[in-house]
Design a protein around this ligand. Structure first.
Ligand SMILES: [Cu+2]
Length: 214
């Protein structure tokens, strides 16, 4: 009787320990798939929220287009080394504003300018920034201007189509030697989180990720 009780307790304890270990490793290991740039073109979009159909939190996020032209909810990108990378960002979110106005200046890209809806621009009003695409190791910062507060036809369901209100931002930057580099947004765009810097701002797959140069 005692032996049986000990076996049951031991078994239950082992099961609970295994479940906790599975939960913790699952939490630590989970990372979105890596998407490769196509012919040195990286196409991204930023959305105010993912909307329906996603199992993960539907926070403000970046998405990336894969080789089949399908939008993936990922922020891990692979690009070729020693190559001029052309980036297009379709920006569907409203402005939150930068805490550090210095980040409203385009830096670390070809010509230190971007094309904002077809116009060559070296900086934006920091209070109009919705997100940034920044790779600190490259001293690269591109501020992404928000859509107008009164914009019609805003996108509530990712991936967003070009028929929805958006800004189009393009820029190019040159990669060097292979390596793995962190990139991130610097706009406190995490609505509902303390100082706007929690949740999506500190989760790979949303407002930060890795650029792998191969
Ligand atoms: Cu952001």
């Amino acid at each position: 009787m005692l032996v049986r009780r000990l076996l049951v307790i031991g078994g239950a304890t082992a099961l609970i320990v295994a479940l906790i270990a599975w939960y913790v490793t699952g939490y630590l290991m989970v990372s979105p798939a890596t998407v490769s740039a196509q012919n040195a073109n990286l196409t991204l979009q930023t959305v105010a929220g993912l909307g329906n159909g996603y199992s993960e939190p539907t926070w403000v996020s970046y998405l990336v287009k894969d080789k089949n032209g399908t939008w993936q909810h990922s922020t891990n990108f692979t690009v070729p080394a020693h190559t001029l990378i052309h980036v297009t960002v379709y920006q569907y979110d409203g402005a939150s504003g930068l805490r550090n106005p210095f980040l409203g200046r385009v830096q670390g890209v070809e010509g230190n300018v971007m094309q904002l809806d077809g116009k060559t621009v070296a900086s934006i009003d920091p209070s109009l920034a919705s997100h940034t695409f920044a790779i600190p190791a490259f001293h690269l910062v591109v501020p992404l201007e928000g859509i107008a507060d009164n914009a019609k036809n805003t996108c509530g369901q990712a991936p967003c189509g070009l028929d929805k209100a958006h800004r189009t931002i393009t820029f190019s930057f040159r990669t060097g030697a292979p390596g793995r580099f962190r990139w991130q947004c610097f706009v406190p765009c995490a609505a509902g989180f303390i100082y706007g810097f929690g949740g999506p701002m500190q989760t790979i797959g949303y407002m930060d990720g890795f650029l792998t140069v191969v």
